[in-house]
Structures are given as C-alpha cells and as structure tokens.
Design a protein around this ligand. Structure first.
Ligand code: GLC
Length: 409
C-alpha cells in the first residue's frame, strides 16, 4: 500500500469517528475520535493519545483538540479517567453490556497506561505551539503526581493497577490466576471481574484503600514501562526546572524497580508483580517485552529479550509479528474467540511501540519487518482492532482508531 492510500484510509476513519459538540453534563466542548463507532463510541484515554499521534500526520489542529479534550476531563486532584462518556446517548445501553468502575455517571473511576505526556510532546514537536504546551504542563504534572501518590503505596517507583482493563490489555492470560478465572472465555473473564467489582463497591474511588485490600493489585510491566517513558517526555517538556528533575528522578526509580523486581534472569523476561506481596507472575506476554521502549535499558537485557523472545519463531516471531502472547504459551489463542482479547493476535499499538524501540536499540531489520508486515495486514483487511498472527486476517472492530498509528510507524 502506498502512503497516499494509507493516509486516505486513516483520514476516513479519523473523520468518521470524530465527535464534536458540547457535553450536556459539564457544559464543556469536546472534539475527539472514538476508537470505533459501534464497539467503543466514547473517549478512551490511551486510544486518544494514539489518535493524536496519528493525527500529527494529517491534521495538527485536530491532534491538539483530541488531547485538549482528554485533558479537559482531568479532575481537580489530577486524575484523568480511562473512559469519558461525553455523549452517553450515543449508546445508552453500553453500561448494561459492559462493566466499568465508576463513581460518576459520566466517566470511569479507573486509569489507563499513562502515555499522555509523550503524546503531548509529539503534538508540541509537530506544531511548535507554545500555548498548547503551557496549558498542558500543569495538567500533566498533576496527573503523573496523582499516579505516584495514589498508585504506588509501597513507594518503590512502580505504580499498581486495580483491575486488568486499567492496563489496556484486558483479558491477557497473565491475569488469569489473580482473577481466579474459572472458564477460559470472555464470559468467564467478565464473571471473574464482577467479583472484583463487587468487592470494590464500598471503596470505589478510594484507590489507596482498594490497593490495601489487595484484591487485584498488579504492578504491571507494560503500564510501568509506559509510566517511565511518559515521565521522560514530561521532563523534556518541562525543560530546565526542578520539576523536570523530579520526573527524571522518578523515571530512574521506575526503571530501577523494573530491573530489580520484575526482571527474571532465568527466563530472560520481565514479569508483573501480583499482590502486596509482589509475587512475580511468570507468564510471558507482549508486556514482558515493553521495557524495550526505554532507551536506557541495559544492553545485555535488550539483547536477551531480542534473542530469546522477539526473534524466536516459536514465540513472538510469527508471520505477522508481534503477537500479544507467544505461540509457545498453552493458552495462546491466535483467533481471539468472541472478544476474549489480548490472548494471541497482533495489535498495531504494541507494534508501534516495539518497532520504534527496536530501531532505537539498533535493530533496524527487525523493525522494518514488523512495519512491513503490519502494513500488509492493514492492506488485507483494513484498519482493524487486531490481526491473526499467522494469516494477517483482521479481527475485532473495523475502522479502528489506533490502528491508524500505521502512519507513524
Ligand atoms: C479494549 C482494549 C483497550 C482499549 C479499548 C478501546 O478494551 O483492551 O486497551 O483502550 O478497547 O479501544
């Protein structure tokens, strides 16, 4: 597919999925792209950040509007929700069909991987808009401080998620044990999640209390890699200032904790920590590779991850790399039956993260293959939510927003 074709396809999605208006519940103007008109008709946190990055290639004003809308939903304490229901009437039965942790009818009480500072940095680089940056900075500093104060109770530099959807990799097999999943299906996942939600009911909104209750407490490697990556962006945006020093210091602490607590020398992979007791969850998934996005990851670890996992044809190096779960895992499901997502297929957002990461670490050939194969899959089936890793067949939602990150590969 040539560049104009790729851009045309992306432009169509980003325009069709665009929502503009004024919210009846807070009187604020919104202008953002929904991940998919049918499945996800509201604003999602990390999707929005990806949309803004894709939009830097098509429409700079809309890229700014996407992030400005997201940041306008920040609460006074700094928290930014993972879903904002700008127009609930677009799908009034959404909450009857999905479960979302809430303390307000208009947004979720949960987070998503904190990529926002990087997205702001990219939009600032593309536009040079100083006013946009100056408005974003207090929102970003408050947000990353909120994460530190509310999600890192043991103060080790690793933040914890309280339910799998917060990590953006909803049904990943790495959560099965902590969730006590009884049936390997989306229904089984929802049933297990309902128990967690029921236990949270009296505490919803008080994250420190929820984490202390130790019901689902995951120091997730993907989330923390992105947290660290985001704080580096924030420090660069802050320039030469005490706040930049603060966020660089915190990013150093997060990297250090990933290395000392999550790296498993025997397996050659990073593992999440479950519970207050911080038990390593020895299930390799795409998130085990995510620290590669950090430029200062020690070289021997980079090489180990690449040689042992990324390029292994029994694991991640499939015809359409990189699958969300390695093929060697007994629970690997390349077809993702009925919405049981993040258990095998290849996603464009993780390919975007990891192809850039591999290139920065000197693996241009591997990065090129990931890019070519991603483009091939998009050419076959359009911008889909995820792809079958052996055939490249598109699966899940059609006209899916963040797959337009292909413009930025
Ligand atoms: C699914 C994904 C999540 C994404 C959301 C909207 O829940 O797992 O990462 O943000 O869909 O696209």
């Amino acid at each position: 597919m040539d560049r104009p074709e790729l851009e045309d396809g992306a432009r169509k999605i980003l325009l069709t999925n665009l929502r503009r208006g004024t919210a009846d519940w807070n009187g604020k103007e919104f202008s953002f792209v929904v991940p998919s008109l049918r499945g996800y008709p509201f604003q999602w946190f990390w999707d929005s950040c990806f949309h803004a990055i894709a939009l830097t290639h098509l429409d700079l004003d809309q890229a700014k509007a996407e992030l400005t809308t997201l940041m306008s939903s920040a609460l006074p304490n700094g928290f930014i929700p993972h879903i904002i229901f700008w127009e609930m009437d677009k799908q009034p039965d959404f909450l009857a069909r999905n479960i979302v942790g809430m303390t307000s009818p208009n947004y979720s009480a949960t987070m998503q991987p904190p990529i926002i500072a990087y997205a702001v940095e990219r939009v600032f680089q593309a536009t040079g808009d100083e006013e946009f940056k100056q408005k974003a900075l207090p929102v970003l500093t408050a947000y990353y401080r909120w994460l530190r104060l509310n999600r890192d109770p043991d103060d080790d530099g690793l933040i914890a998620v309280i339910q799998p959807e917060e990590a953006g990799t909803d049904c990943s097999p790495k959560y099965d044990e902590a969730l006590g999943l009884e049936e390997l299906s989306n229904q089984g996942f929802i049933a297990a999640l309902r128990k967690v939600y029921a236990a949270y009911e009296p505490m919803r909104g008080d994250d420190r209390r929820i984490l202390a209750a130790d019901i689902f407490h995951f120091e997730d490697v993907l989330v923390n890699s992105i947290y660290c990556f985001g704080m580096r962006s924030l420090a660069r945006l802050l320039g030469d200032s005490p706040e930049a020093t603060e966020f660089n210091r915190e990013a150093d602490r997060t990297l250090n904790a990933l290395l000392t607590k999550c790296w498993d020398e025997e397996t050659g992979a990073f593992f999440d920590l479950s519970g207050v007791a911080e038990t390593q969850v020895k299930v390799v998934t795409i998130s085990s590779l995510m620290p590669l996005i950090l430029d200062d990851l020690p070289r021997p670890i980079v090489e180990r991850l690449v040689n042992r996992w990324v390029t292994s044809t029994k694991d991640f190096w499939l015809p359409y790399p990189l699958p969300s779960v390695p093929a060697s895992d007994p629970k690997f499901m390349p077809g993702n039956p009925r919405g049981f997502i993040w258990r095998g297929p290849t996603w464009v957002n993780t390919n975007w993260f990891l192809s850039h990461a591999l290139r920065r670490h000197g693996y241009a050939g591997l990065a090129d293959t990931i890019v070519t194969k991603t483009m091939e899959a998009i050419e076959k089936s359009g911008y889909r939510e995820y792809y079958e890793p052996y055939t490249g067949e598109g699966l899940g939602a059609s006209n899916f927003g963040w797959s337009t990150l292909a413009l930025d590969l």
